[in-house]
Design a protein around this ligand. Structure first.
Ligand SMILES: NC(=O)c1ccc[n+]([C@@H]2O[C@H](COP(=O)([O-])OP(=O)(O)OC[C@H]3O[C@@H](n4cnc5c(N)ncnc54)[C@H](OP(=O)(O)O)[C@@H]3O)[C@@H](O)[C@H]2O)c1
Length: 159
């Protein structure tokens, strides 16, 4: 049984990335989707099929082993991680991968908070527009502990 995966942030990039993950990620359980505006997640989930839409960000995290995010900016990342870390969700062993474009200092700060709470963190900015993502040609730049980066590798090449 492979890891349970959740994706947070279904903007133009998140939609393209989750379409690839859903089609080519060899997921062994339904992909969980979370978006601030839930109707977007509902519509995208219905479009992809065989997905779970989480009501809350905490629910998305609770039911997943890998939580991938692609949010608008630093403030969005801060708000989402604040609400995860403030909630009583046990994140021990869970891997967070963030593909939002934010300053390295903020990625480091978020990584520190996640790791202190028992989780793992990979910062993974992506280069390329949504059309490039749709063509499976995004350049992904993962950084973090080698064992954490290894956990996301199966979802990069060919996906
Ligand atoms: N588009 C590109 O060409 C491109 C290329 C490389 C990297 N990126 C980076 O990828 C990230 C996403 O880009 P995108 O093009 O997908 O942006 P987008 O279409 O504008 O989508 C932004 C996403 O962030 C969510 N969001 C915004 N503020 C939030 C908050 N305070 N709390 C929770 N969620 C929030 C939005 O949710 P709602 O639906 O509720 O608004 C939406 O899901 C950005 O960091 C961008 O710099 C984009």
């Amino acid at each position: 049984m492979g890891p349970r995966m959740a994706f947070m942030g279904l903007g133009e990039m998140g939609k393209a990335m989750t379409r690839n993950l859903h089609r080519d990620g060899n997921l062994t359980s339904p992909l969980t989707l979370w978006n601030r505006t839930k109707s977007t997640a509902d519509a995208h989930g219905a479009d992809l099929g065989d997905c779970k839409v989480a009501e809350t960000v905490q629910e998305a995290v609770e039911n997943s082993d890998i939580v991938w995010s692609c949010l608008q900016d630093q403030s969005a990342v801060e708000q989402v991680f604040d609400s995860i870390l403030a909630a009583n969700v046990d994140i021990t062993g869970k891997l967070f991968v963030d593909s939002s474009t934010i300053a390295p200092e903020w990625s480091n700060a978020t990584a520190k908070r996640v790791i202190e709470a028992g989780g793992e963190f990979v910062s993974m900015p992506v280069m390329g527009e949504p059309v490039v993502a749709a063509a499976k040609k995004l350049i992904c730049i993962p950084s973090g502990k080698p064992e954490s980066v290894d956990r996301i590798r199966p979802y990069l090449e060919g996906v």
